[in-house]
Design a protein around this ligand. Sequence first.
Ligand code: AMP
Ligand code: GLY
Length: 412
Amino acid sequence: MVNVLIIGSGARESALGQAFLVSPQVAQVFVAPGNPGMSLLGLTVLPVREDHFTALIAFARDHVALTFVGPEQPLAAGIVDAFTAAGLTIFGPTAQTAQLESSKQFAKAFMARHRLPTAQATVAHSLAEAQAAVAATGIPVVVKADGLAAGKGVTVALTQAAADAALVALYTDHPGASVLIEQYLQGEEASVLSMYNGTARVLFPLAQDHKRRNDGDLGPNTGGMGAISPAPQFTAAQHDQAVALVDQTLAGMAADGLAGSGVLYLGLMFTAAGPKLLEYNLRFGDPETQVLLPQVQNDFYQLTVDLLAGTAEPLNLTGQTYVGVVAAHPGYPKQTTPALPVLTPDQAARNYWLPAGVGLGANGLVTAGGRVFTVVGSGATLAAAQRDAYTKMAPLQGELAIRTDIGAKGLR
Ligand code: AMP
Ligand code: GLY
């Protein structure tokens, strides 16, 4: 039996922890820094910050066979390089490869070099340059701050006033910032995830995130308010187009010397003119992971170590559809104080309650962040999975906020 260390603290890491814990080969799963809700799932919280590489390496050397990285920040900061240099086994991309996510300019240059379809974009370095780029692109327009922003650095501006407001806010906070001014794309959005090593890959079913805060895809962008998978609105032909873009990307990475393992996540927009890349993430998505991993019946530890050794196992899926609904602090994505109580799930609910921004208060669990937990429902169809998710959420929601329409687009 072996132990596994997961880096991160969200509902994605709760789902990863569950996946590793059911492996017959895994004794204990540590999560650093984790959150106090995770112990209810049988995970062991390790109170070490995700950027404290020396302490994580010292722990991993003595206690675990494999480390798996959830979030983008430690990847961009070189956690995989540091573990590898220390001779430890870790799944994830190097800092160089992680730039496909951490730098929108790096990603755009990569897509151009390898002829991957994406929205036209201009990089601006001042308010005047940005305003000129908006005028040249036309409205609607998309304004993206370069660098990691957890999905919140993007403004889809439907009016000139909204574009102006976004630019003035960005350049007031960060004078001289690199800002991408991008052509607006219309269509259905898909999250296409795979685990890879070189050009070998394990492809997950297509998922759909719900990034806007409010029902009907209104309100500000968030890290994600819910997800579904498989997403029935995508045709077999669209699925094949997505797979082709995954393989084209992996071939481009190999050609550029971006070697190694990791998760490749394509944010795709299926437009009238075909699929276009919105972004790359070099990690599992949150909340997509919460609806992807329950589909997988393979031993997830074995799947990961096989891939590290160069072998991509075929996935053995449950065939069910999954819907994940995020419970958030009512102030999210802005203010997430004061802390509110988080209802403790009963024993049965611990199979589908995945804690994220949860802390320990004087009288039990309290909120400690924007997205507090994900509840996952399942069923033979999307409609059944949606019903199951909301039925399971009802007794757990308390004072928290949810979207009530996760999966609605897939049912149309
Ligand atoms: P990103 O962080 O680049 O994925 O952007 C966050 C979200 O903003 C995406 O998931 C889309 O919903 C939206 N978005 C980003 N770029 C565009 C675009 N060019 N056209 C329309 N919507 C976009
Ligand atoms: N679900 C979007 C993300 O993980 O970036």
